[in-house]
Design a protein around this ligand. Structure first.
Ligand code: TRP
Length: 445
């Protein structure tokens, strides 16, 4: 089968575009705030280096060797029990599940870009009212922007790896770097910057418990786009002579860099203008707009820039979450790309409407089970369970199932003396950490 290949830079930007997403700019700052800063950041950084980086190399290797959709790659590469291992490829489904709420959140961001153009809430209370009104009673606005998000994502994916995904990333990613860079530089000139540095880099281990640890590990996976076949699907379109280790390193560095810059910038603004670092998921939708208001005209410009960068980060990740299943139906069922993109798009679009409704007054009670509504369940089950499961499957597959000689042949020249360390981390450290994370979430530990 003929596959359009990424250019070298195109692949790195697309993989970085996948990794740098809402997880970096929306989620990372608020969980850092919730778990008290420095110590949490340190655990996250260690996990990214020790486990995330190893699994990223493994996931790229499967795509690189398999060269097909995730299911076929597992099936073809498995030396035996092919019919069983092919289920490893169904981790791609998780990406489509994430899209159910990811598209809705991108919709909120679109809405915030448009409303930041006309004005900002003047206090935290007002900002809270704006956000909760949208969330709980404004179905129409959410549906409108969710529809826009669905249309953009489907359009890009339908245009394919080269003409759609690579192009989108080649344009949006440099712009994202520039916007975050400019805002970060401005933040360094403010007094609040020192407090922000202290908050993020001075570890206070009294704030760390097992939940913080598990959250850090889970987030390291989410932010690097691991465990759902996204990186694997992209690397199936790699040039044969692309260096997997170098590519992984660049992607990990860019992803971590953006998370740290975005975090420092947000906390600087919050300290400077008196917001709360620990305000949870509402951080960028509630605290931040009222902080921008206090910055005057510049704040208005920054608010628009900030939400645009968030939208860019979200869109480039969204296409990577959708592409694996699109590729699956093209490869296995000979669907046209257009048909496959529209079908996958319709899936997350329609189920996404249920996610919107699960916050809307009058519907919410029917769409809530236990402590979570539909939206939160999808987030929880994918990030907390499916993602580590996908990671575990890959660690076992590359670490134990693939013949060592096959793995070594590709990676020994690229890793050199570090090969042994990588292989050890993949076989022992990563699986153990992942099992602990999963057990903890199921509530056994
Ligand atoms: N990494 C993205 C973020 O930080 C989310 C994401 C995109 C993702 N593709 C993925 C997560 C694949 C897991 C797997 O927002």
């Amino acid at each position: 089968m003929k596959i359009a290949r990424f250019s070298k830079v195109g692949f790195i930007l697309a993989a970085a575009g996948s990794a740098v997403g809402l997880g970096n700019i929306w989620k990372f700052p608020y969980i850092t705030g919730e778990y008290g800063g420095g110590a949490f950041v340190l655990i996250y950084l260690i996990t990214v280096l020790l486990i995330g980086f190893s699994i990223m190399i493994a996931e790229m290797l499967i795509g690189y060797l398999g060269r097909r959709d995730t299911v076929s790659s597992f099936e073809e590469l498995a030396p035996r029990n092919k019919h069983l291992w092919k289920f490893g490829g169904f981790q791609a489904l998780a990406g489509l599940f994430v899209m159910i709420y990811y598209s809705v959140v991108i919709g909120w961001i679109f809405n915030y870009i448009v409303s930041a153009l006309s004005g900002l809430p003047s206090s935290v209370d007002e900002a809270k009212t704006v956000f909760t009104t949208m969330l709980h009673s404004d179905f129409k606005t959410q549906l409108f922007y969710h529809t826009a998000s669905f249309m953009i994502i489907t359009f890009v994916v339908a245009r394919g790896i080269k003409g759609g995904i690579e192009k989108l990333n080649m344009v949006l990613m440099p712009m994202l770097f520039i916007i975050v860079g400019v805002m970060f530089l401005y933040a360094t000139t403010l007094d609040g910057f020192h407090q922000a540095m202290e908050f993020m880099f001075k570890p206070d281990f009294s704030k760390i418990n097992s939940t913080a640890f598990v959250t850090a590990v889970g987030h390291a996976f989410f932010t690097l786009s691991l465990g759902m076949g996204a990186i694997m699907t992209y690397s199936a379109s790699l040039e044969k002579d692309q260096n997997i280790v170098k590519s992984s390193l660049i992607v990990v560095a860019l992803d971590t860099g953006i998370a740290l810059f975005a975090g420092l910038m947000l906390f600087t603004f919050l300290y400077q203008y008196g917001g709360e670092p620990s305000s949870g998921p509402g951080l960028v939708f509630i605290s931040l707009p009222s902080v921008f208001y206090q910055m005057g005209v510049l704040g208005n410009v920054f608010a628009v820039m900030f939400f645009i960068s968030l939208a860019f980060a979200g869109l480039t990740s969204a296409v990577s979450l959708t592409e694996p299943m699109v590729q699956y139906f093209i490869d296995r069922f000979s669907w046209s790309r257009l048909k496959s993109s529209i079908m996958m798009g319709l899936f997350f679009y329609l189920v996404g409407i249920i996610a919107i409704l699960s916050h809307i007054d009058g519907f919410a009670s029917y769409l809530t089970w236990g402590s979570r509504n539909f939206f939160d369940w999808v987030d929880f089950l994918t990030a907390a369970f499916m993602l580590p499961a996908g990671g575990l499957i890959m660690a076992v597959f590359v670490g134990y199932v693939l013949p060592k000689s096959q793995v070594e042949k590709v990676l020994r020249p690229q890793l050199g003396r570090a090969f042994g360390t990588w292989y050890f981390s993949l076989r022992y450290i990563a699986p153990i950490a992942l099992v602990i994370v999963m057990l903890n979430l199921v509530g056994i530990l």
